[in-house]
Design a binder for this molecule. Sequence first.
Ligand code: CMC
Length: 427
Amino acid sequence: MTDKAKLDVGGKTVELPLVVGSEKEVGIDISALRQATGAITLDYGYGNTGSCESAITFLDGEEGILRYRGYPIEDLAEKSSFLEVSYLLIYGELPTPQQMKDFNRNIARHSLLHEDMKNIFQAFPPDAHPMAILGSVVCALSTYYQHGDETHEEGLNQSIYRLMGKLPTIASFAYKKSIGQPYIYPRTDLDYCTNFFHQMFAVPTEPYPVHPDIARALDVLLILHADHEQNCSTSTVRLVGSSQANLFASISAGISALWGPLHGGANQAVLEMLEAIKAGGGDVKKYVAMAKDKNSSFRLMGFGHRVYKNFDPRAKIIKAHADRVLSLLGMDDPLIHIAHELEEAALKDDYFIQRKLYPNVDFYSGIIYRALGIPQNMFTVMFAIGRLPGWIAHWKEMNRSDKNRIGRPRQIYTGSTKREYNPIHKR
Ligand code: CMC
């Protein structure tokens, strides 16, 4: 292969350099395109557009491969822990025992919120969606820590520990607020996931013992969600951060992007869909037909992916994980049977086969959250807790790169051409 692409735009030819990644992915660097030809590229939804070079996550959607910093997701889900994976994503290498100990301690010690922040929770209506609370309170963290200097490693690390430590506290406070129970403070003697269950489900009058297998079940889910290269929320974090907005504000924007049902909000939507199927007598074929009907806006939630045109490797792990968690808890959730039937019906259907639509990460994750006692409107919050280290890693990579420029896409203008202003009394 040559190392240049040639493009002819209205008789003007430009040679554009090719950029080849470490897994042999090829990109055409079009930085010189507009200056040489006057033209720009147009790519709705950015399906063909690379916004950066990144060394964090490799994803091959055709082969169903996902690796964090070179480590296969299957190995990490089986052998690692969420905080170890977080360290790997953020700092690039697996930690030594001392680095791991320090990272754990720093995160645990930053898990408390400033007492005044409790007033922010009080101001939300009781039925406020926890994703709205999460995004708002994370942004509010930048008011409490506005003198931190993220241009230096120590200052940035402080913001990282604060976000990693406080996000589960904010999430659990949002839940406690919605059910009218007292906020439960974090415990630094518990591991990350055990502490999260404690903050969610303990009350001041009673502790909430957590079986280690249950904590591990959540830990695996968080690992599987920890990064997914340039998805909608991560690109949002990068775009906001490219203006040199601080880490808290950038992550808050990512939380908002994640909320939508086409992205992280799909895990809540899947459960709602499975419940509707159950309530309607379990007719999965009806829902497959609805998803195919071009006159209906209904989509099979938890199915399809922009990048995966093969099984989402995370979905494979989660499916087996869901079966394991349910048997561990001795539960027989009718929704898992409906999910299996729906998956089978869709995978046999020509519409889904032709479009290469497979179950994605959100298809089975909600069933596990439900089994773990997590309320439905908190599912996307769980996704956000999992995705946090990925967002941080991308913000850091971009912020520290000498290639970083403010993100500022162009457009093809399709509005009115020049016209004359008509004063209001003449209209
Ligand atoms: N149900 C029915 N049809 C679908 C679905 C679906 N879930 N997903 C895609 N299609 C069809 C779509 O109608 C289109 O058909 P046609 O070519 O006839 O117009 C074709 O498949 C391609 O779809 P697209 O909308 O161009 O694909 P996209 O890459 O823009 O969208 C997606 C990807 C994930 C938004 C989409 O598959 C979807 O809406 N899925 C349901 C929501 C969901 O599960 N989201 C979670 C994504 S994974 C985790 C995450 O990112 O947070």
